[in-house]
Design a protein around this ligand. Structure first.
Ligand SMILES: Nc1ncnc2c1ncn2[C@@H]1O[C@H](COP(=O)(O)OP(=O)(O)O)[C@@H](O)[C@H]1O
Ligand SMILES: O=C(CO)[C@@H](O)[C@H](O)COP(=O)(O)O
Length: 497
């Protein structure tokens, strides 16, 4: 039997999966790393922490199995998107990576809109938002000119990890789309965007396709990790593109819902003509010549992990989440909005903050846990409403990410969306998608669709419960009114942080 490894470089942790030729996950390992928030709106990670985590997770993975490293034929990646890693001419990291959920760049996004708003949307297929990479590059250029002057290249998180493992510096296409410096339909760097903002195109690394082999491991990395030097390394993909592949979202009308640190509702787009007027993102898929659209909740799983970390640091996620079962839909009148680091879809608003509305002396901690889960789920419903307004409804949604571990949350999704929710045998969609890119790159399968037919396995389908659907419809109407009512108020409170 032969194997591949999928490395999922998430925001909370790296997860590595060892997958055999039949698609069975034979071992997995995970290593967390810290997130640094030195100022309100800032979110950074040290790329060296990613490297330590990836290497330790691979070592742990190999120690868990009897699989010979020489039987692991290939490895590929799924990566948290948009994070800016600046490198000097020797490939050294110049400053901490500025992540996708860092919102310090409001001035730069306004600058982009004012300068080339309509042209920007036409080329990149996206509105300039704080989370994307170009505003981060402009922020460094304006605020840290000495560092910017030393920059010889920029990469995204998983592209940096791949560089350290292979010595090859490239940027993979589905992730490059999230820089908003790419001509998305033309699959090439946009000279017009670079020129408009004084970014030398020489900073943009060569582009590589997701299933293309970039090389093999360096002898040094093979020695330290325990992998074989001949292990073939493939481009990989943006985590949401990989999540879609791992969820089998490879045809029009198929859609997924991902609860990781962020939250995503995503659908496959066969070409780049879909037009959501910038309300949703449109990026290149990691499947060849395909695209996907998506809306993003900035703090989905992060709202839950913040709440648990703050109020129940010693409890495990599973009992903590399950405690919500002792509450009821609507959490005895408590509503939560998950805007704890600002929001992206449907409100591109870096200064909105979260709220608990309807706090009552009869409520218990279980009500608060339930309200957090429900508020996050309502934020996904907001994205589904945008799809519906554009004529897209889905027969079912495949649920992936850490949040898909919880049967209670899966049923809640079915009830809030009034749509069947599919649970797969593994909730590690991005890691599985990364492994599938290696499997196709190695030629085990002719297409990702063929690979998905073998690798993607449904475990259970959660059907909406009509009574809960009716309750959640009324609650969702209240939820929608919280944003306009709290927008100005919570922005004023930021001064007191
Ligand atoms: N047992 C669980 N039940 C429900 N949600 C969970 C559970 N364990 C973790 N989570 C949620 O999953 C999130 C992490 O998901 P993951 O897909 O690993 O994220 P990332 O890829 O961003 O690192 C956490 O923020 C947490 O809220
Ligand atoms: O910014 C986005 C997508 O545009 C995020 O979805 C990141 O890609 C991080 O993903 P997770 O760590 O939550 O999986």
């Amino acid at each position: 039997m032969k194997y591949v490894i999928g490395v999922d470089l998430g925001t909370s942790a790296v997860k590595v999966l060892l997958v055999d030729q039949k698609g069975a996950v034979v071992a997995q390992a995970s290593q967390p790393y810290p997130l640094s928030q030195p100022k309100p709106g800032y979110s950074e990670q040290d790329p060296e922490d990613w490297m330590r985590g990836v290497t330790a997770a691979i070592q742990e993975l190999l120690a868990k199995t009897d699989v010979a490293p020489t039987d692991i034929e290939g490895l590929s990646y799924s990566g948290q998107m948009h994070g800016l890693v600046l490198l000097d001419a020797q490939g050294n990291v110049l400053r901490p990576a500025i992540l996708w959920n860092d919102t310090r760049t409001t001035a730069q996004t306004a600058e982009i809109t004012a300068k080339i708003g309509a042209q920007f949307l036409a080329i990149t297929r996206n509105r300039p938002l704080e989370g994307f990479t170009l505003p981060k590059l402009l922020w460094v250029k304006e605020n840290e000119p000495v560092i910017f002057a030393q920059a010889a290249a920029f990469v995204l998180p998983k592209d940096y990890v791949r560089y350290r493992m292979t010595g090859q510096l490239e940027m993979e296409l589905s992730d490059a789309a999230g820089t908003v410096m790419l001509d998305v339909a033309g699959k090439k760097w946009s000279q017009a965007i670079c020129d408009a903002f004084g970014i030398p195109v020489s900073l943009c690394p060569p582009l590589v396709e997701a299933t293309a082999q970039v090389g093999t491991l360096t002898p040094a990395y093979a020695a330290v990790s325990g992998l074989a030097p001949a292990t073939a390394v493939f481009g990989g993909g943006a985590d949401n593109a990989c999540g879609a592949i791992g969820a089998g979202v490879l045809q029009p009308q198929q859609a997924m819902c991902s609860i990781g640190t962020s939250g995503v509702v995503l659908t496959y787009e066969p070409d780049a003509t879909a037009d959501y007027h910038g309300q949703l993102h449109l990026f290149n898929h990691a499947a060849p010549n395909a695209f996907y659209s998506m809306g993003v909740t900035l703090a989905a799983g992060y709202s839950l992990s913040w709440f648990k970390h703050t109020f129940a640091p010693d409890e495990d996620f599973t009992p903590f989440v399950n405690s919500a079962a002792t509450s009821i839909p609507g959490a005895h009148g408590l509503l939560f909005t998950p805007y704890i680091v600002g929001e992206r879809t449907p409100y591109a608003d870096a200064t909105i903050r979260g709220s608990f509305i309807g706090v009552d002396s009869k409520q218990t901690r279980a009500d608060f846990v339930r309200a957090v889960l429900e508020g996050i789920t309502f934020s996904f419903r907001d994205i589904l409403e945008i799809y519906a307004a554009n004529g897209k409804t889905f027969k079912q949604l495949v649920s992936i990410g850490g949040g898909a571990k919880s049967p209670l949350w899966l049923q809640m999704q079915a009830d809030v969306f009034n749509t069947p929710i599919v649970r797969l045998t593994s909730e590690q969609g991005p890691g599985l998608g990364a492994a599938m890119l290696a499997a196709v790159g190695l030629g085990w399968f002719a297409t990702l669709q063929d690979c998905a037919a073998q690798f993607v396995q449904v475990k259970q389908v959660y059907q909406p419960d009509p009574a809960a659907v009716a309750q959640y419809q009324k609650l969702y109407e209240c939820y929608r009114d919280v944003y306009p009512a709290t927008k100005d108020l919570t922005a004023r409170l930021i001064d007191f942080q």
